[in-house]
Design a protein around this ligand. Sequence first.
Ligand SMILES: [Zn+2]
Length: 92
Amino acid sequence: MRVAAPHETVQLLVRSGLPLGIACQCCQHRTVLKYTLLGVHEGDRRQLCRLPLICRCGRRNIDLIVLETPDDEPAFLSGEILGIARRPASSF
Ligand SMILES: [Zn+2]
């Protein structure tokens, strides 16, 4: 697994079928979300960093982790759940 590069788009998730790892820099909560739960669809070209994600602690200082094999998911997880901000990405 690795930190997502700034130029990478959500197509990465669509192609791999693996969830995105999300880690809060403030409270250390982490979770994984499948692209279907992120509102991503085929043909979506948004950059990963444009996804409207917010931790349940209220912060947006979030690390996005690209999982590269199915084994990365249990390795990444600690069981805590992050929330998704229900607002358009343009508010970022
Ligand atoms: Zn947090």
